[in-house]
Design a protein around this ligand. Structure first.
Ligand code: C2E
Ligand code: MG
Ligand code: MG
Length: 749
């Protein structure tokens, strides 16, 4: 044993008092005299032991701290030229997927990686591209003594899992200032990045979204608006931030809607609905909004989110469609649907406020003829013009609607007295007194009006309309160009009319029509000069029907054309027989409706019938009313001249009842004037009527016309007519209308 040493060793030494203490024993062999002796030194090492234990404890703690650290820590040790990883805490192992031992094997020499195959992880730039080994923060901290702070990187494990980290690396210097190591810490920010990414994606989505997005605080003050909002409102986020949403209000949205909105979202529920807002440029726009509260993690409402869609275009289209659905395209007036809706409102209002209202039902007279003869285009112009005229005469607050075809409705919402409705009706009738100038033509078109009054004639819209309609039909039945209030009696008339129309379909083929003849006599000689053919209808179901009742229906349904031809043939046939029985014979007068003139083949038809029975035209007389002349649709002059050319006489019937303009008589060549029996009737009692008869006679005389007085029933009437130098007379005083055979006997007598 050279030097005589023996290894020191530690023991637990026992004191005299029984306590122990750690001790180090060092033994040494020493020569003593002639032999070697062993010298043993015992040293109390309690202090050293304590220091050692403290160090170990702090080491353990340090390791635990490092290992438990919530972020990855890796340590590089060695010289700059040759170093290796010596430490990787648990988090570092997790992120890199490499155990400490594996990490230790990664050995760097001069910036190069020695043991590549054990390298289980890669460092990547934040964009995913590879970082050169020499450039990794750890290497730079080790070799270049450079510090890296918060560099975002990706660590990719062998199995492909990527962790986004915030890399920090710095060199560590020893007590003497020499560089001894580098520490690399890299907290995992993957989750954070993911959230950030999600937020970025969401906010981009919000910006790109075509809908507008508004985020407000609880007080309705705007914090965010997206580009979609800018597009629809014209306001940028900068302009809107800090403003209250009410800045957008248009004033057109009901306050209740906003109240409901705020109450809903403040209670934590979402609200959706439409409102009209105002753009920056002042224009209005419609928005469909879905507004919901945004909660924090504790479930408290922090914000409100409004996702809104600009629905202005849709609204405009909707309104257009609504308009189309409610207004008549030709006249722009409310259509049937809207007009009836208004009527219902008016009725409700009248009920509530206890006042009267009126419904005027209008139907143009003979409009069908306009359409048939002049075409629908002209027909449309007439409707437009008619609508204008009606609208012109009524007050702003009253409604005119078009029910369809040539039917209009006028609604008078506040009526003081019934007569007000009458006045409006008269104004409308007067408005039609001027001719309609259409395509170089002048048409005189009248209208028939029926009036029903709330509450007198009904308390619902439906009943009022029906009754006004009934009254209108009555106005038509009495000749049109008239206005009448509804009466309960009229209702019977309508069902009767329907019945008549129905029965008339087959009346001609079933031989239900026949003629009676009423003699026309010379007022002085009292000799018969002719007879008027008067149509009669004997229906198995309805019995004897008066012409005053059915002629108008035949005219309206157009059936009068066929019936008229039947009348003419029968009358001519009868005249032929009279002539056969008597050398002199006498003239037959036939009533003709304007409609018959319209057909165009009236003249040839008359000619053919005369020819068929070989009757000279001078034995025929055609009676027309003023309507024929009024109707611009008929070329009356041509027809009247054509008849005249055939030797046929023409008389104006019912003179005095219509407009009776004497100027007509100058323009058309009539042979006879028939004074209506309504004047003859009162000729003995009413001086006005007598005067009119006198004037008519003298005027007719000056024009070279003969005058027939209709409806002479008494000798007194006859006497006056004789005094006034009337030419002919016709009436019950002489004879009621009788059969052709009876008249023949009468005549022969
Ligand atoms: P109108 O052409 O004025 O015919 C005279 C009407 O007066 C006839 O009525 C006749 O019966 C009636 N009458 C004659 N004398 C008297 C009298 O003294 N007192 C009274 N109260 N009445 C008298 P009717 O036959 O009922 O015919 C009524 C109307 O029907 C006719 O009036 C005429 O406009 C029309 N009508 C009759 N037949 C035809 C026809 O074949 N074709 C056309 N288009 N209309 C006809
Ligand atoms: Mg007549
Ligand atoms: Mg007459």
């Amino acid at each position: 044993m050279l030097g005589g040493y023996c290894e020191p060793y530690e023991v637990l030494a026992l004191r005299k008092d029984g306590s122990t203490f750690p001790a180090e024993i060092r033994g040494r062999a020493m020569p003593y005299q002639d032999r070697m002796v062993r010298v043993t030194a015992l040293r109390d090492i309690t202090d050293r032991r304590d220091a050692e234990q403290r160090l170990q404890r702090s080491n353990t703690l340090l390791h635990a701290v490092i290992d438990q650290a919530p972020f990855a820590i890796t340590l590089g040790e060695g010289t700059k030229e040759d170093w290796s990883l010596t430490l990787a805490n648990r988090e570092a192992q997790r992120i890199t997927g490499a155990l400490v031992e594996q990490q230790r094997k990664i050995h760097f020499v001069h910036g190069g990686l020695v043991d590549r195959e054990v390298r289980t992880w890669n460092m990547l730039h934040a964009d995913g591209s590879a970082i050169e080994v020499q450039d990794t923060p750890l290497v730079r901290a080790m070799e270049e003594q450079r510090v890296t702070r918060n560099k975002e990187m990706i660590i990719r494990r062998a199995d492909g899992l990527e962790t986004v980290v915030l890399a920090n690396a710095s060199p560590i210097y020893g007590d003497d200032g020499s560089h001894i190591a580098a520490i690399f810490t890299y907290p995992d920010i993957t989750e954070h990045k993911r959230t950030e990414e999600t937020i970025r994606t969401l906010s981009q989505a919000m910006e790109q979204s075509p809908v507008s997005v508004v985020i407000t605080g609880l007080d309705g003050v705007i914090e965010y608006t997206n580009r979609g909002f800018e597009r629809s409102s014209g306001y940028t986020t900068e302009e809107m931030r800090g403003q209250h949403t009410r800045l957008l209000g248009s004033g057109h949205t009901a306050p209740e809607l906003y109240q409901e909105l705020w109450a809903t979202i403040a209670s934590g529920k979402s609200w959706q609905g439409e409102f009209q807002n105002r753009r920056k440029d002042g224009s209005l726009f419609w928005e469909y909004a879905h507004i919901s509260p945004i909660f924090d993690s504790q479930g408290r409402i922090r914000h409100y989110l409004a996702v809104k869609e600009d629905i202005t275009l849709r609204k405009v289209q909707e309104e257009k469609i609504l308009h189309q659905a409610h207004y008549d395209s030709l006249t722009g007036l409310p259509n049937r649907f809207l007009a009836l809706d208004r009527l219902s409102q008016i009725v409700r209002g009248a009920q509530r406020e206890d006042h009267q209202a009126a419904v005027l039902f209008l139907d143009l007279d003979d409009f069908k003829k306009v359409n048939d003869t002049l075409g629908h285009e002209v027909g449309d112009q007439v409707i437009e013009e008619a609508a204008r005229r009606v609208r012109w005469v009524i007050r702003e607050e009253d409604t005119v609607g078009r029910l369809g075809g040539d039917e209009f409705i006028v609604l008078l919402s506040h009526l003081h007295e019934k007569r007000d409705a009458q006045r409006v009706a008269e104004k409308i009738l007067a408005a039609f007194r001027t001719v309609f100038s259409l395509n170089d033509r002048e048409i005189l078109l009248t209208t028939s009006i029926g009036i029903s009054i709330y509450p007198e004639n009904g308390d619902t819209a439906k009943i009022l309309l029906r009754n006004a309609d009934t009254a209108m039909y009555y106005s038509k039945a009495v000749g049109g160009n008239a206005a009448n209030f509804y009466t309960d009696a009229m209702n019977l008339d309508v069902s009767r009319r329907v019945e008549l129309e129905e029965q008339m379909h087959t009346a001609l083929e079933n031989d239900e029509f026949y003629l009676l003849f009423q003699p026309i006599v010379n007022i002085y000689t009292q000799g018969i000069v002719g007879a008027e053919a008067l149509l009669r209808w004997n229906n198995p179901k309805l019995g004897q029907v008066e012409p005053t009742e059915f002629i108008e229906i035949a005219e309206r349904t157009g059936r009068i054309v066929q019936i008229g031809e039947f009348v003419l043939r029968q009358a001519v046939q009868q005249a032929r027989r009279w002539r056969d029985r008597n050398e002199q014979g006498f003239r037959v007068a036939v009533n003709v409706s304007p409609m018959q003139f319209k057909e165009g083949d009236f003249l040839p038809m008359v000619e053919a019938i005369l020819k068929e029975y070989a009757l000279p035209g001078s034995f025929l007389e055609i009676e027309v009313t003023e309507n024929v002349l009024l109707s611009e649709k008929i070329n009356s002059v041509e027809i009247l001249n054509g008849l005249r050319d055939m030797g046929i006489a023409i008389s104006m019937d019912d003179f005095g009842t219509g407009y009776s303009s004497l100027s007509y008589l100058r323009h058309y060549h009539f042979d006879t004037l028939k004074i209506d029996r309504s004047f003859v009737r009162d000729i003995t009692t009413d001086p006005d009527d007598r005067e009119l008869v006198v004037a008519t006679i003298s005027m007719a005389r000056s024009l070279g016309l003969k005058v027939i007085a209709e409806g002479v029933e008494t000798a007194e009437q006859l006497a006056i007519l004789q005094t006034e130098k009337c030419d002919f007379a016709q009436g019950y005083y002489f004879s009621k209308p009788i059969s052709g055979l009876a008249l023949e006997r009468f005549f022969l007598r």
